[in-house]
Design a protein around this ligand. Structure first.
Ligand code: 5RP
Length: 264
């Protein structure tokens, strides 16, 4: 691996723990003003001290994040679709690698939609992005998107998506936790991080998700709604961090979460 690529990767996955806590706030690129992310600057600011990187679009980076802060950005470069449009999978590259370099991004991210009518276009976009990003030592994060079809989140389907993403050159893959997650990890030769998905019923469910994922081989989380839609978002990110970086149990993380709530 070239020095630039190695250096960027080491800003994303902490060399001391080998793990990562990323905050995903890119949802607006197809969902518009999602609940509790309607004012991105307000949502993001209190969480920044507890994350290793932030995943977002260029619009939110430029307008809602202080440029003097040293926070690695994972720049979402795919888009062109919306929740109101005919097909969520109809996505393409929307932001150039040159723009990612200008914004001092530490990685670029795009979604792939395996098994949909736009499978080919999104996989070709991944290949093209890797070709260009590789030239500049810029890691590519591939997101195995499921759109509205949340039931697709099983190990057979996600294993297929993750392996294809790695084969096509992604340096990191973001997927969902599911039963038999280890099978996905074992058949994917690059690091995996997990998304949280829609808000879970309880805070304990979120901690269990993070715990199970890292204990079954995920390098960490790239989570959004289950952090910032929580009424105790700072407590939640701190608790997740304790699991991911310190190997804490769900009980230990939950104690931290409750104490953060009481301090509010
Ligand atoms: C959408 C994304 C989101 O960043 C991703 O789904 C993570 O957020 P959440 O934890 O809310 O699911 O990549 O395609």
């Amino acid at each position: 691996m070239d020095w630039g690529m190695k250096n960027r990767m080491s800003r994303l996955i902490r060399p001391d723990s080998g793990k990562a806590v990323w905050l995903a706030v890119d949802h607006g690129y197809f969902l518009g003003p999602v609940a509790k992310l309607d004012d991105p600057a307000k949502t993001i600011k209190p969480l920044l001290p507890f994350i290793d990187a932030i995943m977002l679009t260029r619009g939110v980076l430029r307008n809602c994040v202080d440029a003097s802060l040293d926070i690695p950005a994972i720049l979402r470069v795919s888009g062109g679709n919306s929740i109101a449009g005919p097909a969520l999978s109809d996505e393409g590259i929307q932001t150039s690698v040159e723009e990612a370099l200008r914004l001092n991004a530490s990685a670029v991210a795009l979604s792939i939609y395996v098994g949909t009518e736009h499978e080919h276009q999104t996989l070709m976009a991944l290949g093209a992005l890797v070709n260009e990003a590789q030239r500049y030592g810029m890691p590519v994060l591939a997101v195995t998107a499921v759109g509205k079809e949340l039931e697709k989140r099983d190990s057979r389907y996600l294993g297929l998506c993750c392996r294809i993403a790695a084969e096509l050159g992604a340096q990191v893959v973001k997927t969902y936790y599911c039963e038999d997650f280890e099978k996905i990890v074992n058949s994917c030769p690059v690091p995996l991080v997990i998304a949280g998905g829609p808000k879970l019923k309880t805070e304990l469910d979120v901690l269990k998700l993070a715990y199970n994922a890292v204990n079954e081989g995920a390098k960490g989380v790239d989570m959004g709604r289950n952090i910032w839609q929580s009424d105790n978002a700072v407590g939640m990110v701190k608790a997740i961090r304790k699991i991911v970086h310190e190997g804490a149990s769900v009980k230990e993380a939950s104690t931290l979460l409750i104490s953060a709530k009481n301090k509010k």
